[in-house]
Design a binder for this molecule. Structure first.
Ligand code: CO
Length: 696
């Protein structure tokens, strides 16, 4: 399948996959606030593009179908009553004023709640501070409501009768010693309030034990804490004197052989769509849509004030709305192209996060190289990649998500984790049954500063990869290395081979990575073949970090089945967007992937979606405090039989400029490499860099 080349700028109507514009957000707001049932206390919990069915988009692009209608999904919460609805709004063929609410689903709370609103967060301090039990518990710990900040956190689901159908958050306190003091250094442990945000009351106060509040500050931005600045670092300047190599048309980007759309969503943040690679003049699709659709941060501390810590930063908090504006610089270097992110606030009004998405090129070292013994050929080419990224701040943590597209067809997604650890007092409170003495090791946290704990936890990201490898007829083969027994045909016992197992259906698609056999998953086209007659494909190369560590019977395991495996594969269904379901907040479980695979649809030769879980299991280091150097987690998609050979043979050799010289003196180059040697290298198709290396 070749996608029709559609230039967005020539279209009167927006591209069906284009992010909602400011004007569209305004139109949606007007449609919603004028509809029946909208009250003064109704807030917009989510507004985003309701994407047309993939089939309709592809038909339109192929010229065989009409332009699909523009629609939006709008989630509304009445703060006074808790009434929650999930609506589809039709924008009326793009004509502002012509739209209607097409459908409304009323949530009954039994299968999760709408995401937590900032409006609810903002009300929390007033609610807990007005409760004398909270004030008394703080006094027991030698502090007051004026000295602490409160941190409202998603509640999870624990079958407490007073929480059924109610909007609940759990609240921890941190002492802030002065206005610029970072409160994460001073957790008020042993205390937690469960709060009904609609009723404005504490439903339960957990006052487990009185623990000393850690005293040492964590003000990493205080020069006194930072110490004498390192003075030996000289500037590094990235220079692209002829500008970047990409071209941008609205949200559509072309770079080298790549083409794709840069989209943005309030829930998922950066969304990449319709990634294709032009190979010998043919635009070949690879991924229809890629995003981090969910992420879960489950904590392993069974303390009575922390056992419920399981944050779904995407489904519960909508991490896209906390996207950083990169306008202040320092986040990206080189020739940067920023994209703004446009969202709706909780009143439905559009607002813009300027420079929310960053795009730039990077030199990443050697692409390929050989010095040949027999022919004397010296060849080296440099790899470069296009980086599309955003950063979001969710409470204490900051997450960057970086997509890398390389010249050789490799696609990588890297999560960067930084910010401040979530803290506890250390030694903490012993779990029931655990033996624990003050000063002894606490089995569920690291001591990162004197008396300050950082509970063990995981960061489990779910990438939703809606694949279209050479079209929509795809399948997944599990590939692994197999040691063969010594015997007839393998007399010397050296034999090993590659085993390929087709994943037949959704129910059998839940798979674990296994580094001991280099397990990977090949997404192959079941109709297209390469020049050897084998299916064209892309390999998903996982990191083999642990999946969800919580017990399979735990609440969180039921709520996050996606995180119990590294891979699930489902047949494309436009309603299946989020690995933990649409309504994650207080969802009792059995949603998302659990539901999506229940009908056990075929995934062999079908339009398929991969759900890949990756991310670190974090035993915090002392060095992660008071601010954490970036930790990384990633996965890679590599062409595997997609091309007929190395697709980068035509990448030109680099000019022999300053970066090939030593000591910053370009003339050194000429001194080492004689003109004759340099021209010989050129004649052989090599660069003078290679010639230089020969003489070095
Ligand atoms: Co962590």
């Amino acid at each position: 399948m070749t996608l029709t080349d559609v230039s967005v700028s020539t279209l009167a109507a927006p591209h069906p996959l284009g992010s909602l514009s400011t004007a569209e957000f305004t139109a949606i707001r007007d449609i919603v606030i004028n509809a029946d049932g909208f009250t003064d206390t109704t807030r917009f919990a989510y507004v985003g593009l309701a994407e047309p069915h993939k089939r309709e988009v592809l038909a339109w692009q192929a010229g065989t179908g009409p332009l699909p209608d523009r629609k939006a999904r709008v989630m509304l919460l009445d703060m006074a009553t808790g009434r929650s609805t999930d609506n589809i709004v039709s924008l009326g063929g793009g004509a502002v004023g012509g739209g209607v609410i097409e459908s409304t689903h009323v949530l009954d709370g039994s299968a999760g709640q709408l995401p937590i609103l900032d409006t609810e967060f903002e009300a929390i301090a007033g609610i807990v501070n007005a409760d004398p039990r909270w004030v008394a518990a703080l006094a027991e710990r030698g502090t007051t409501i004026d000295e602490v900040v409160v941190v409202p956190l998603s509640a999870g689901y624990y079958d407490l009768p007073e929480e059924i159908g109610r909007r609940i958050v759990r609240v921890l306190a941190f002492r802030q010693d002065y206005p610029t003091d970072h409160p994460w250094a001073h957790p008020v442990d042993g205390l937690c309030a469960y709060v009904d945000t609609a009723a404005g009351t504490i439903t339960r106060l957990i006052d487990a034990a009185t623990v000393a509040i850690p005293a040492e500050g964590g003000n990493f931005n205080d020069p006194a804490v930072q110490g004498e600045p390192l003075t030996t670092l000289k500037p590094i300047v990235i220079s692209q004197p002829e500008g970047p190599s990409f071209a941008v048309d609205g949200e559509w980007v072309t770079w080298a052989n790549w083409k794709f759309q840069v989209g943005f969503d309030t829930r998922e943040g950066l969304v990449l769509r319709q990634l294709s690679f032009t190979d010998a003049g043919e635009e070949r699709p690879i991924i229809y849509r890629a995003s981090i659709n969910e992420m879960l941060v489950p904590y392993g501390d069974p303390s009575p004030v922390r056992f419920w810590q399981n944050y779904f930063d995407t489904g519960e908090y909508l991490f896209g709305r906390y996207t950083n504006s990169l306008a202040l610089g320092c986040d990206c270097v080189g020739e940067i192209r920023y994209f703004d992110a446009v969202l709706a606030d909780e009143l439905g009004n559009p607002f813009t996060i300027p420079n929310g998405i960053c795009m730039h090129e990077e030199d990443v070292g050697t692409l390929w190289k050989h010095s040949d013994l027999f022919t004397g050929a010296h060849e080296v080419r440099r790899q470069r990649r296009l980086v599309i990224s955003f950063f979001t701040t969710v409470g204490n943590y900051d997450y960057g998500f970086y997509w890398y597209l390389s010249l050789d067809g490799t696609i990588e997604c890297e999560a960067k984790l930084t910010g401040v650890l979530f803290t506890s007092a250390y030694p903490g409170i012993a779990a029931p049954g655990a033996t624990h003495d003050a000063g002894a090791d606490y089995p569920y946290a690291s001591e990162v500063a004197p008396g300050l704990g950082a509970p063990y936890h995981q960061h489990l990201f779910s990438a939703r990869l809606d694949m279209t490898v050479d079209g929509t007829a795809n399948a997944v083969d599990e590939i692994e290395a197999v040691r063969l027994p010594m015997g007839p045909g393998n007399e010397h016992g050296n034999a090993f081979t590659m085993k390929s197992t087709r994943l037949a259906s959704e129910a059998a698609s839940g798979r674990l990575a296994d580094a001991s056999v280099a397990r990977s998953w090949h997404i192959v086209n079941t109709e297209k073949t390469n020049r050897m007659g084998r299916p064209t494909g892309y390999a998903l190369l996982p990191e083999a970090n642990p999946t969800l560590m919580a017990d399979p019977q735990s609440s969180i395991a039921k709520r996050a089945e996606f995180a119990t495996k590294h891979l699930f594969v489902t047949q494309y269904d436009p309603s299946e967007k989020y690995a933990a379901g649409d309504f994650v907040h207080q969802n009792p479980g059995g949603d998302g992937i659990t539901k999506y695979i229940a009908d056990d649809a075929s995934i062999d030769g079908e339009d398929i979606v991969l759900w890949h879980t990756f991310g670190p299991t974090h035993f915090p280091r002392v060095e992660d405090w008071p601010v954490m150097p970036v930790d990384y987690a990633k996965f890679t998609l590599k062409p595997y039989g997609f091309f007929g050979a190395n697709p980068t043979l035509n990448v030109p050799a680099s000019e022999p400029v300053a970066h090939c010289s030593h000591g910053g003196e370009p003339e050194v180059h000429a001194a080492h490499a004689s003109p004759a040697a340099a021209s010989a290298a050129s004649a052989a198709g090599g660069s003078a860099c290679a010639g230089h290396a020969d003489h070095a």
